[in-house]
Design a protein around this ligand. Structure first.
Ligand code: PHE
Length: 331
């Protein structure tokens, strides 16, 4: 037995254990260098071979080379194992669970006033009404003059007007100026609704400086007050249910004659003032170059916000416009 044979075996089993023990690629490289590097254990062994007697030299050299190859193979095998393990670990660690519910984005919803507005428009579209629009900053003529308010009429004050542009223009106090815009432009017969924002100098639990109205007007050869009442009854029942009741009280508006104020009551609840209405005044038609001997029509204007308040049971109009999420999320 050559004396170096057991030593080689010892080196091999030591190498085997160290290689298996290496836990990272870096450690493995260090282990390999420890055995096979220029200053490694096996290299020292190989250097000694030259001093052996010639008859044992060949076998010892071969054994040492085999040992070297064995170690290389073990290192390679371990390297692959470590790579596999790392890959498996990564897959495991970063696995995406496609069954997890996604992070839901916060979703908003329509404001109660917008909802009522959309519902109102849908109802009137069904009756053949189109939607008209107009600016919120209006001329005095469209907001008052053409609607038959005399220059010195106290109604201008009654509507608590906000004047802008040095009194040249007004924030429209009602949606009625859009009647003037549409009727000046178009030939009868026609029927329109106008949802929109209006402004009045007013602030208490049931009034707000900005609020919404829904204007409606219908002009034809034989449109009557009966048509007006029938339309508004159908409308109220659509919005508030079959039990809804309407009450018409004689009233005055410069732009309608006769005129009425309309109250609505849901079931056995209290009467609530809802809007104004009447037959379009002949002077208004004439101001829009429509011949009142050929055409007549009705008009109405109601508080859209109040409809939302009744519908959703909101006690204070300010709650609608303060933008408080805790309030708005309830609808
Ligand atoms: N414009 C009136 C108001 O705001 C309401 C109204 C509209 C009355 C149409 C009659 C006809 O008070």
């Amino acid at each position: 037995m050559p004396p170096e044979a057991p030593a080689l075996d010892a080196i091999l089993s030591e190498a085997r254990a160290a290689i298996q023990h290496a836990a990272t690629a870096q450690q493995l490289t260090e282990v390999r260098a420890g055995f096979l590097g220029r200053r490694g254990t096996l290299a020292a062994k190989l250097r000694n071979i030259g001093q052996l007697p010639p008859e044992t030299r060949g076998a010892a050299g071969q054994a040492a080379n085999e040992a070297k190859e064995t170690i290389e193979r073990l290192v390679e095998k371990r390297r692959r194992e470590l790579e596999q393990a790392k890959l498996r670990h990564n897959l495991e660690e970063r696995r995406m669970d496609v069954t997890l519910p996604g992070a839901a984005a916060a979703r908003g919803h329509l404001h109660p006033v917008s909802r009522i507005e959309a519902e109102m428009c849908a109802f009137f579209n069904g009756l053949g009404y189109s939607v008209e629009d107009g600016p919120e900053v209006e001329s005095d003529w469209n907001n008052f003059g053409a609607l038959n308010f005399p220059d010195d009429h106290p109604a201008r004050d009654l509507q608590d007007t906000f004047f802008v542009e040095g009194g040249e223009r007004v924030l429209r106090t009602h949606t009625s100026p859009v009647q003037i815009r549409a009727m000046t432009r178009l030939e009868p017969p026609f029927r329109f609704i106008v949802p929109g924002r209006v402004y009045r100098h007013d602030h208490d639990p049931t009034h707000y400086p900005m609020f919404h109205q829904l204007e409606g007007f219908c002009v034809g050869a034989d449109v009557s007050f009966g048509d007006l009442k029938g339309t508004l009854y159908a409308f109220a029942r659509h919005l508030f249910g079959q039990q809804a009741k309407l009450r018409f009280r004689a009233h005055y508006f410069p732009f309608t004659e006769p005129s009425a104020e309309m109250d609505v009551r849901r079931g056995s609840g209290a009467w609530l003032e809802w809007g104004g209405c009447g037959m379009i005044h002949p002077t208004v038609l004439r101001n829009c170059e429509i011949d009142p001997s050929l055409w007549q029509g009705f008009a109405f204007g109601m508080a859209l916000d109040r409809a939302a308040m009744i519908r959703f049971g909101i006690p204070n109009i300010q709650l609608l416009f303060e933008g408080d999420q805790r309030v708005l999320e309830q609808f």
